[in-house]
Structures are given as structure tokens and as C-alpha cells.
Design a protein around this ligand. Structure first.
Ligand code: GUN
Ligand code: ZN
Length: 452
């Protein structure tokens, strides 16, 4: 039976960085028809409702129906160390991150954290995410399995590191390539999963490991490739020491065959003009991680400048370097970073970064990130009055953007009214989270007025 979602709909026909806020259409009484895991139709409620009398109706009233959020860079193994105090990147990795990633050597623990990370994503309205794993191959199996159980779209990869990390986490060029190849065979293109070849970052991979992973990517060009680039100034200086022959940080990756369409570079803050020009030419994308960049003290990414250069940019939580699982909170941080750089991002731009922009960076823009007929049915329903503070501000709003902005700036998981992934309702207000034992046989949404 098809499902008909009623509410205010927000539909992007284009990228608002290029076309302005007019790239988005708002219908105060809209409808989204879901059938067979896909969006079958979109339009005014008064048209779609009578046209589909057999559909199960979910009336969300004045809530906003949007494409589900797409988080294009996170680290599920770091879920347990989010909000760890007082370190900069390299110390933070040594003090908090590597010890935590070592704990996932226990496959049962990896499965527990993977399930938790997926449930937290759903709680916050995220229906697609790209995650790093640890160097243990089973850590990749754990997150692919947890995402599949819930029907989430996922890109993930076993992290590769053969130096400058604790002995319990380092691998070798050969083992990294062999295990990555086996995981690609097991997961890439299976259900809603895609594989990302994942060298952690240049300091933790030898030139031989980067070259081996570059060769593997050349053999599997439809996989993604994710890594970190120019996040902190100390890191950039370290890369220059480790790779004295490279022209700059990006040149290390490009020289190993790790820059091109499908490459997702996290952070990309301290770039030279040459690196920006190379990124633009290469078709690679950038994951903007603003809560992480302020939390670890990394710097202010020039999102508007990267976009103006023609570089695809998406939004990312970067948990647990990032300080929030919420893409709403992440949008707020992107706004604040933009303000500190002298460019106030429009709410349409912020929403695009968290949906269609991230999907494009992950080369999933034809499947998720926008509400359109034929797209996969990943939807988040957002209350625009989820707290007293937000409600009193939204009540004065005269436009959709004015009504939405308080939720962007002050909203969190309390604003998430319902979450649909792969055409199924995974979460609705008041319904206990599925612990991932099995995908629900039927949508767990409480009955709507019509059904009662
Ligand atoms: N650079 C290399 N590894 C990491 C990581 O886990 N998080 C962040 N924020 N930056 C990194
Ligand atoms: Zn990261």
C-alpha cells in the first residue's frame, strides 16, 4: 500500500549556491507519495490526496517534509568519545581517538557501537552517511550490517594506516589493500551500501600504502575514496616534512592516484590557490565539518569560496571530532563559520549542504538528497516549533526561511518528528528506537487521524 505524507514540503530543483534561494520550492500544503521504496509523486495535497484514495495517510500538519539528511563524513567508531575535552588534532587522535578505535578490535563491541551510531543517525534525521571505520575489517562489516538492518543508505570503508599510530591499529600496504579489496567484493553495491577506499590521512599512510590504495581505486573507480585534507596548520606542516617532494598536501594524494571524481576530502581548510584549482579541475568534493573545526580549533573553511570555484561541498558531522550528531546543529555551525568569514549562508544554502550538496559529494545525487519522483524515499519530517524558544521565534515568521532559521540555529533531535528510509517509517515521535535486531515488518508510525 502506498504511503501519502502530508505537510509543508521543501523541494530543491537546483543548487541554491548557483541559483539563489529560488532553487527551492515550498508548498505549505504539500504531499509526498511513497511506493516501493521510492518517491512516486509530489504535489499539492489537494491534488495528490483525491488521486490516491488507497494510500495510507500520514498527516504531519505544519511540520516540514524534506529529503533526509546526508552526513558526508563521520567516524562511527568515535561515537563514545564525542565531546572529549581540551586537545588539538594530533593530541586528540593520540589521547582519545586511537585508544577508542582499538576497543573495536572486539567484534561484539564494534557491532554495539555500529548499532548505536545508526540509531543516533536516525534519531537526528540522517538517512545517509559516509563513515570511516577502524583498521579492523570486521568494523566495516559491523556498520554495513547495522545500516542494512535499518534500511539506511551508507558509504563506509575500513580505515587504512600503516604508520604513526599505535601498534594495535597499524596495518601494512599489502594487508590494507587485500582487506579493502575483500570488503569491496562483499559490500560495494549490495543493497544500499557503497564502499569508500579509506586512507585515514597522509601522516598515517606510507607512500607505499597510498600507492597501493590508489591502484585499488583505479581498479574500482565507482567506489568512493575518503580521507582528510588540510585540517590543522600543524598537520599541514607535518605532511610537508613527511612528503618533501610533494608540492602541497593535495599533491600527496593526487600523486598516489587518490584525487578525482568520487574523492571526498574532509575539512580542506588551509588550502593554497594551487590546491583549490586542482580540486576544482579534478571533480573531487569537500566535506565541510564546522562543529569539528571549531571544537578541535582547526579553522574556518571557505565554503562559499570553494563553491564559487566550482567545487562540490557537502556538510558533515565528523563525529566524534565534531561535537554533535545533529545536522541541524551542524548547519548552525556552518552559518557561524560563514559569519566569521564575512558570508552569511542563506538557510536554503545550509539546507542544501545537508541534503543535496552532501549527496552530490558522495555521487548519490541521483538517488538521495532531494525530494523528486523516482528518488529513493528517504525523508525527514521536521517540527518548526520543537521547543518553546524556537516556537516563539517561528511564530513571528513571515516566510518559510524565517520560520525555518530558528530550527536551524536552535534545533536538535527534538525537532525530528519522523524519519523514513527506503520507503519505511523508522522513527516517529514517541516510538521507541528499533534496536536493529531486524527491520520492522511494518512502519512503526502511530496511527494518523485518518487511520483511527
Ligand atoms: N584526521 C585524521 N584522522 C582524523 C579523525 O579521526 N578526525 C578528524 N577530525 N581529523 C582526522
Ligand atoms: Zn574526520
Amino acid at each position: 500500500m502506498p504511503d501519502l505524507l502530508l505537510g509543508q514540503t521543501l523541494v530543491f530543483d537546483a543548487d541554491p549556491f548557483a541559483e539563489g534561494p529560488g532553487a527551492a520550492r515550498h508548498d505549505a500544503h504539500g504531499a509526498v507519495l511513497i511506493e516501493g521504496g521510492h518517491i512516486a509523486a509530489l504535489g499539492p495535497a489537494e491534488v495528490l490526496r483525491p488521486a490516491h484514495p488507497g494510500a495510507r495517510v500520514h498527516d504531519y500538519g505544519r511540520a516540514l517534509i524534506s529529503a533526509g539528511f546526508v552526513d558526508c563524513h563521520m567516524h562511527y567508531p568515535q561515537t563514545g568519545i564525542i565531546a572529549s575535552w581540551g586537545r588539538r588534532l594530533i593530541d586528540w587522535l593520540d589521547r582519545y581517538t586511537f585508544p577508542e578505535e582499538m576497543r573495536l578490535a572486539d567484534p561484539a563491541h564494534a557491532r554495539t557501537i555500529a548499532a548505536l551510531a545508526c540509531d543516533l543517525a536516525i534519531d537526528h534525521g540522517t538517512t545517509t552517511f559516509a563513515s570511516y571505520c577502524t583498521t579492523a575489517a570486521h568494523s566495516a562489516d559491523a556498520i554495513f550490517e547495522a545500516a542494512a538492518t535499518r534500511g539506511l543508505r551508507i558509504i563506509a570503508g575500513r580505515t587504512c594506516m600503516d604508520r604513526n599510530a599505535p601498534p594495535g591499529l597499524v596495518d601494512t600496504p599489502e594487508r590494507a589493500a587485500e582487506e579493502t579489496a575483500a570488503l569491496i567484493a562483499r559490500w560495494h553495491g549490495r543493497g544500499r551500501a557503497g564502499y569508500a577506499i579509506t586512507p585515514r590521512f597522509a601522516p598515517t599512510s606510507s607512500p607505499a600504502q597510498l600507492a597501493a590504495l590508489g591502484a585499488l581505486w583505479a581498479a574500482h573507480p565507482d567506489c568512493a575514496m575518503q580521507t582528510h585534507l588540510s585540517e590543522q596548520t600543524e598537520e599541514v606542516a607535518w605532511v610537508a616534512e613527511l612528503f618533501p617532494a610533494a608540492r602541497d598536501y593535495l599533491d600527496v594524494y593526487a600523486g598516489a592516484g587518490l584525487c578525482g571524481p568520487g574523492a571526498v576530502f574532509g575539512h580542506a581548510i588551509h588550502l593554497t590557490a594551487r590546491e583549490r584549482a586542482h580540486l576544482a579541475r579534478s571533480g573531487a568534493g569537500v566535506a565541510h565539518c564546522p562543529t569539528s573545526n571549531t571544537f578541535i580549533g582547526s579553522g574556518l573553511c571557505d565554503v562559499a569560496g570553494l563553491k564559487a570555484d566550482g567545487i562540490a561541498v557537502g556538510l558533515a558531522s565528523d563525529t566524534g571530532g565534531g561535537s554533535s550528531f545533529s545536522m541541524l546543529r551542524t548547519m548552525a555551525a556552518a552559518y557561524e563559520v560563514g559569519q566569521l568569514r564575512g558570508r552569511a549562508l542563506h538557510p536554503a544554502e545550509l539546507w542544501w549542504l545537508a541534503t543535496g550538496g552532501s549527496a552530490e559529494v558522495l555521487r548519490l545525487g541521483d538517488r538521495v538528497g532531494r525530494l523528486a519522483p523516482g528518488m529513493e524515499a528517504d525523508v525527514v519530517v521536521i517540527d518548526l516549533d520543537s521547543t518553546r524558544a524556537i516556537a516563539q521565534r517561528a511564530a513571528r515568521a513571515e516566510t518559510l526561511w524565517e520560520a525555518l532559521f530558528p530550527t536551524i540555529m536552535m534545533g536538535d533531535d527534538r525537532a525530528v518528528r519522523a524519519v523514513w528510509a527506503d520507503g519505511r517509517c523508522l522513527r516517529a515521535r514517541g516510538v521507541a528506537p528499533d534496536q536493529g535486531a531486524a527491520r520492522p515488518a511494518a512502519p512503526p508510525c502511530p496511527p494518523t487521524k485518518e487511520e483511527r
